[in-house]
Design a binder for this molecule. Structure first.
Ligand code: DAT
Length: 184
């Protein structure tokens, strides 16, 4: 069984995926490292540009028969049995990415992606089995318990649980509006 843990950068994928793998006794696989190992993708500056179909081919070939938790912001596009989409208040994403030293433009891009449900919408196009988890104000242990509880109850699809547009005023300062040069 392959479980993908996906979501906007900074949402807590690595933290949660490692703990989930440990609790389940599954292997933890970092999708970016997996891609590099298989020679998929090209470095464009600091970013790795990945050919999705090629990566999906390797996931199918190498991981299909294993018990794996797949960590990465593209993992919801892979041929997996269950997708977990982690969600967090976009303000939290903004603060975490600021701490990571991301540029204002990169922060804005990711805060906006979280605000408008980009990962969820992409996942819906690819997979039936999608569980969304709101991680805001929850510890990694609480998040993993919530995931395990749903899976143990046989729940494979639970979506539409957050609406960040309610907090638009709080999110506004993180967004890039009007294309100001300062936001390079
Ligand atoms: P991602 O892999 O989605 O980029 P991460 O696991 O690296 O995210 O986490 C980003 C930062 O947030 C990192 O400093 C750990 C922290 N973090 C993750 N999950 C958390 C949680 N539930 N509560 C508090 N901090 C968390």
């Amino acid at each position: 069984m392959i479980i993908a843990v996906s979501g906007t950068p900074g949402v807590g994928k690595t933290t949660v995926a490692k703990l989930l793998a440990k609790k389940l006794g599954y292997d933890y696989v970092d999708l970016r490292e997996f891609a590099l190992k298989h020679g998929v993708g090209e470095m464009k500056g600091e970013e790795l540009e990945i050919e999705i179909d090629e990566l999906a081919y390797h996931v199918e070939k190498d991981l299909r028969d294993k018990n794996v938790v797949l960590d990465g912001h593209l993992s919801h596009l892979m041929p997996v049995d269950q997708v977990i989409i982690l969600r967090a208040h976009p303000k939290l994403i903004g603060e975490r990415l600021k701490e990571r030293g991301y540029s204002k433009g990169k922060i804005a891009e990711n805060v906006e992606a979280e605000l408008v449900d980009v990962c969820l919408l992409e996942a819906i196009d690819e997979n039936e089995n999608i569980i969304e988890i709101d991680t805001t104000d929850k510890s990694p242990e609480e998040i993993v318990s919530e995931i395990l509880d749903l899976l143990n109850r046989g729940i494979k699809r639970r979506i539409g649980i957050v609406d960040w547009t309610k907090f638009y005023d709080e999110i506004l300062p993180y967004l890039k509006l009007g294309g100001d040069d300062e936001w390079a």
